[in-house]
Design a protein around this ligand. Structure first.
Ligand SMILES: [Zn+2]
Ligand SMILES: [Zn+2]
Length: 341
């Protein structure tokens, strides 16, 4: 069984035996799994979260069912969520599901970027396995997790009909935020990036794009919002510069969603007085719970939002090194998937 590991910041392919399988677990054959910005951060950056496993967006079909499991059967097509909350601790009861201690402690074995993987009892019992309707392909299902994370972020800032929205970063999650903001009835949507390919991709959805190498984001926002600033600014990048811009372009009392993963040690010199007097609201959003994975699946299955155009590249698992390089350089890439044939 072939799996992908990060060893000393390098993508490494390992041929290993299947992990030990108990009567309370599921064995899934992976068909499609996306490379996430956080996976790239584990290889090319400085990732701050616990797990260094790569691949947490896997979709596949069940090939073995533990004796004690009644809800799933061999052949079921599924999306598997790696981190699953307990839904009964203080964090969970207050709605901070991704802050649950069990959230980051739960995981699939060995990881999503593996030809096969084991889903532990915990994930099965806490809603971490979603059965896929026929209308949702494996490639689409591989987009459930990042899409769910975007839905959670937008739920947290409670985006409203008529909001003027800026999205900084036109990568896959930037585009997902853009599609969701459109779906929820945002008024003007401005998307900025320095990547010409990605900006061209976004233009197809008739939103305003800003190439930060040529245009001044401030000026564009001023013009569109009649000097007021955006109601909502979404950081779909972990860049400090983008955060600095967000503070400039968001209106007084507006909201800034901290979505992209900043590197560990990302420091920023902030004038607390300006945050106070402008009442800007900064809201971070990390991960997603089963509420949003289910919302994501239902938006996909009833075809409310079509995410498949985001998939620009598919690599076989043995080509994972090239896949990571492609997703990292992103010169002509949006979402990169690893598939098994
Ligand atoms: Zn992710
Ligand atoms: Zn909990």
């Amino acid at each position: 069984m072939l799996s992908v590991k990060v060893v000393h910041n390098k993508i490494t392919l390992v041929e290993s035996e299947l992990p030990y399988f108990t009567d309370d677990e599921l064995l899934v054959r992976m068909h499609s799994c996306g490379i996430c910005g956080s996976d790239l951060e584990k290889v090319y950056g400085n990732y701050g979260m616990k797990s260094l496993r790569v691949g947490h967006e896997p979709a596949g079909h069940v090939i073995k069912v533990g004796k004690n499991i009644k809800k799933f059967h061999e052949g079921d097509r599924v999306f598997v969520h790696h981190h699953v909350s307990c839904y009964s601790c203080r964090y969970c009861l207050q709605g901070n599901y991704t802050m649950c201690t069990n959230y980051q402690n739960s995981n699939i074995e060995p990881c999503g970027l593996s030809e096969q993987f084991i889903v532990p009892k915990w994930n099965i019992e806490h809603g971490g396995v979603l059965k896929l309707p026929e209308s949702v392909s494996y490639d689409e299902a591989a987009l459930i997790e990042p899409f769910a994370c975007c839905i959670r972020g937008l739920n947290k800032i409670s985006i409203k009909h008529g909001d003027n929205v800026a999205i900084l970063g036109a990568g896959p999650t930037g585009v997902m935020h853009m599609l969701l903001a459109k779906f929820w009835g945002a008024n003007n949507i401005v998307v900025s990036d320095i990547n010409q390919f990605r900006l061209k991709f976004v233009e197809k959805y008739s939103v305003t794009t800003v190439n930060l190498n040529q245009d001044n984001l401030n000026d564009v926002i001023k013009e569109i919002t009649k000097n007021i600033g955006t109601d909502v600014t979404i950081l779909a990048t972990g860049s400090i510069k983008a955060f600095e811009s967000a503070l400039k372009i968001t209106r007084r009392g507006g909201k800034i969603l901290l979505f992209g993963v900043p590197s560990v040690g990302s420091k920023f010199d902030l004038d607390l007085n300006s945050i106070y007097s402008n009442e800007q609201i900064i809201i971070p959003s990390y991960g997603a719970s089963e509420i949003e994975t289910n919302q994501a699946l239902s938006l996909m299955s009833d075809k409310s939002i079509d995410l498949l155009p985001l998939v620009t590249h598919r690599f076989q698992i043995k080509e994972s090194r090239d896949a990571f390089k492609c997703a990292h350089e992103a010169s002509e890439a949006m979402k990169v998937l690893i598939v098994t044939s």
